[in-house]
Design a protein around this ligand. Structure first.
Ligand code: AMP
Length: 426
């Protein structure tokens, strides 16, 4: 017997029953982004490795150990572990700043060689946005409102929004020095990763998932106590705006992004159910220095990304598999397969989802398949109906059976009015 293949560890099939839920969520995202004036961008899945090294950062876990990389030297390429770098690259490459396309969104797969667990996969999907050229705190506020709309679109209505400010090049260096001094004092109680990061990326140490370390950091100096006047004003404006919009939020001075071009606002949305340890469904922040660091114009930027698998898990969207759906299933007697297919095609041309049995089974076999297909109605066509120019329509939910028209346009109109009548009734 041949070998049976399975998906690789950390990779999953999204099967019928799930795909319908994905499509519905994706459609809601499309509508939301359009309402906020965002346009979709679809960069390739593979980029030069260097792009991620420069933008995500050499000291991060992602670049250090999680990238799927192929090829050598100048030819080295990587499956994207996130999408912000690609969007910035595209923004610069195509001069999107000159085309007024500063509000962009995306949706698609990302790849990280992480240790798989619930809510953590090696291929996962992100939906996210980037805004370029907008410096004011009002933009942060709007991006947060949009983030929460997307989270709600996944059926999550009790998510926690956590915000912080990490300052900028004016105030962060002094804070960083104080933080390093603090961390050095407790270095003997830090894990290996944190000790290594202490000098390469000290802010990121605060991000540790280790509970003992987190207990130590309760005493650490807080970035929000060390903000310069401009950063403080920006942060206050965001907080004030959230309060005015009635958006509940928490503050967490340990919510950091470890890279120099991240400034001021950082945020995360955490789910309260369904995910356990991997409860961060969305994360983002302001990165005013990134586009310039990648060789582009000096424009400010801000973005967030959400993991779709986590959103759908936390929203309970996947709890019930979606059922197969057809509007009609065509059942014929005494017709050749091409004759039956001609009617099916005519109904499809009228916009109905139509199924049939290409296997040439008898009436009983076709009706059984009609039942299994999930169709709302069976359209039956035998010698009688053909002679009279009619059809017999059977409501597969109630079992009710009645005479219908023979013309495909009229059949479609009847079926549609029945289905929309039901929609209106519920
Ligand atoms: P990050 O770029 O790490 O801030 O990730 C943004 C969002 O993507 C997170 O909040 C998660 O929802 C999601 N995400 C990140 N890594 C994974 C993964 N390995 N599996 C599933 N979702 C992920």
């Amino acid at each position: 017997m041949g070998r049976r293949y399975r998906t690789l560890r950390g990779f999953r099939d999204i099967l019928p029953g799930e795909t319908e839920h994905w499509q519905a969520f994706e459609q809601r995202c499309r509508e939301l982004f359009a309402r906020y004036g965002f346009r979709e961008i679809r960069p390739p899945l593979v980029e030069p490795t260097e792009l991620f090294v420069r933008s995500v950062g050499e000291q991060t876990d992602i670049v250090g150990k999680e990238m799927f990389t192929f090829g050598e030297g100048d030819e080295s390429m990587t499956l994207r572990p996130e999408v912000t770098a690609s969007v910035c690259r595209a923004y610069i490459e195509h001069g999107l700043d000159r085309r007024g396309a500063g509000r962009l969104w995306y949706l698609g797969p990302c790849f990280r060689r992480e240790r798989p667990q619930k809510g953590r996969y090696r291929q996962f999907h992100q939906v996210g946005m980037e805004v370029f050229g907008e410096r004011e705190p009002a933009t942060d506020l709007e991006a947060l409102a949009l983030a929460l709309d997307v989270v709600r679109a996944a059926g999550i209505d009790d998510a926690r929004l956590v915000v912080n400010s990490i300052g900028d090049e004016a105030c962060r260096p002094a804070y960083r020095a104080r933080l390093v001094a603090f961390l050095e004092q407790v270095a003997d109680r830090l894990g290996e990763d944190s000790r290594r990061r202490l000098h390469t990326n000290p802010l990121r140490v605060l991000d540790s998932k280790d509970e003992q370390e987190q207990a130590l950091f309760a005493e650490a100096p807080r970035i929000t106590d060390a903000l310069c006047d401009a950063c403080r004003a920006h942060h206050d404006a965001v907080r004030d705006g959230l309060a005015r919009l009635g958006i509940p939020y928490e503050e967490d001075p340990r919510l950091v992004r470890g890279l120099d071009y991240y400034v001021r606002t950082t945020f995360e949305v955490r789910a309260t159910r369904g995910l356990g340890a991997q409860n961060a469904v969305l994360g983002g922040g302001r990165y005013d220095g990134l586009v310039r660091a990648l060789g582009g114009p000096d424009v400010p930027g801000l973005g967030w990304a959400a993991g779709i698998e986590r959103l759908l898990l936390a929203g309970g969207v996947l709890d019930e598999p979606a059922a197969a759906r057809l509007d009609v299933y065509v059942v014929t007697l005494g017709a050749s397969p091409p004759e039956t297919l001609a009617l099916v095609q005519a109904l499809r041309a009228e916009g109905l989802a139509a199924g049939w049995d290409p296997g040439g089974h008898g009436l009983g076999g076709q009706m059984k398949r009609a039942g299994r297909s999930g169709a709302r109605f069976a359209v039956l066509l035998g010698d009688d109906e053909r002679a009279r120019g009619t059809s017999t329509i059977k409501d597969l939910a109630s079992g009710e059976q009645f005479e219908g028209p023979g013309d495909p346009g009229a059949i479609a109109a009847l079926v549609r009015s029945r289905i929309s009548g039901e929609g209106a009734a519920t």
